[in-house]
Design a protein around this ligand. Structure first.
Ligand SMILES: Cc1ncc(COP(=O)(O)O)c(C=O)c1O
Length: 367
């Protein structure tokens, strides 16, 4: 059986360091916003190249607190429209709703699955105040074109970098997290940088936003029992922060291995029934997911199951067709709907062996 993602194997590589972090945490007993959160925030800001990083409880909160932070500092107001990709994980859209803003769903470019720049331009109105670009499956969105639009129309540009830790832009050599006004990360265990539980972070160069989000994630308080704004309890757990600092040192090599596997798949999977993703072989993709398209997904799934290759679908139902978002269900999003019927993700992870890679390729070529 080839696992889709072997989390035990991924984290077992760091067993001794993780255990040492736990022992240290047990001994120092600073469990909430302790030294490990401070250290990880500094490590991760340095890694992304941003001035600031604020640890949060998860990726959804990181996005929500960015938007609420902008409301606090007067750069957004209740009801403003925020353009978001229609084919994202639901969290991107939920964050806009949680912040009392109005999401406007934009179709993707079918070649990259990332938000369509033409779609963004066509959707702009007087009420548009922000764009959230998701670097979906680990591949950077067309941030340069989106930055041009944002500058021209005085919009905030926000990155949902939950799937793209360590991706680097081709032209400017800048990392995900430092490509817009603010960025949100998730450290959900399956992510390229994953905790051993929930975790998230905001990265930004904006001091005002940094201060607002720092308050918001901690009950609106910088000084104990002094509450300045209506805050959340969304602190990155100190132990998870310690684990993340350990794992951060291997992020670049893990991403290289993911790219190596992707290149093997792209070179060696030869099957006209399986459409492979577009990739320019650069570091602007960190292959959180390797997503192929097939006409008859059920038949393909049967074949993978019979041959012991695990798979996932990112994601089986588009957000606007979810019960929770039924007020958007009337919107016509044919590209998004078509993609959701055809996509399937193949195993890709830094701990896959060369033999496992070859087996996946053989199985797919035999389909
Ligand atoms: C694109 C995207 N945005 C946001 C999130 C939310 O992150 P979390 O699950 O940590 O809240 C995720 C991951 O789950 C994601 O994939």
């Amino acid at each position: 059986m080839i696992k889709f993602l072997d989390l035990h194997k991924i984290n077992n590589r760091f067993r001794e360091e993780l255990q040492a972090s736990f022992t240290q945490s047990l001994d120092t007993s600073c469990y909430i916003l302790g030294p490990n959160v401070k250290k990880f925030e500094s490590d991760f800001a340095h890694y992304c190249g941003t001035n600031y990083c604020i640890g949060t409880a998860n990726g959804l909160d990181a996005l929500t607190l960015i938007l609420k932070g902008y409301i606090e500092i007067g750069k957004l107001k209740k009801g403003d429209k925020v353009l978001v990709p229609a084919n994202t994980f639901i969290a991107t859209i939920l964050s806009v709703i949680h912040a009392d803003l109005e999401p406007v769903l934009i179709e993707p470019d079918p070649n990259t699955y990332n938000i369509s720049v033409a779609g963004v331009e066509a959707a702009l109105t007087e009420e548009t105040r922000a764009i959230i670009m998701v670097h979906l499956y680990g591949q950077l969105a067309d941030y340069e074109s989106l930055e041009t639009i944002a500058k021209k129309h005085n919009l905030l540009l926000i990155e949902d970098a939950a799937q793209s830790h360590g991706a680097i832009s081709n032209s400017k050599n800048i990392k995900a997290g430092n490509l817009a006004h603010a960025a949100a990360f998730s450290f959900y265990p399956s992510k390229n940088l994953g905790a051993l539980g929930d975790g998230g972070a905001v990265a930004t160069n904006d001091k005002e936003l940094f201060e607002a989000v720092s308050l918001l994630r901690n009950y609106g308080s910088n000084i104990k029992y002094k509450n300045e704004v209506i805050g959340h309890n969304s602190r990155l757990d100190d132990l998870q922060a310690a684990f993340l600092s350990v794992k951060l040192s291997s992020l670049d090599s893990d991403n290289s291995r993911r790219r190596f596997i992707a290149k093997c798949y792209l070179r060696e999977i030869v099957n006209s029934k399986v459409n492979l993703p577009s990739y320019d072989e650069s570091k602007n993709h960190v292959f959180y997911a390797f997503v192929v398209e097939v006409e008859n997904r059920d038949a393909f799934i049967n074949h993978l199951n019979k041959n012991g290759v695990e798979w996932l679908v990112h994601y089986p139902v588009p957000p606007h067709k979810q019960e929770a978002l039924k007020r958007f269900s009337h919107i016509k999003l044919p590209i998004t709907e078509q993609i959701h019927k055809r996509i399937i993700s193949l195993p890709i992870s830094p701990v896959m062996t060369d033999e496992e890679i070859s087996t996946v390729i053989e199985v797919i070529n035999a389909y």
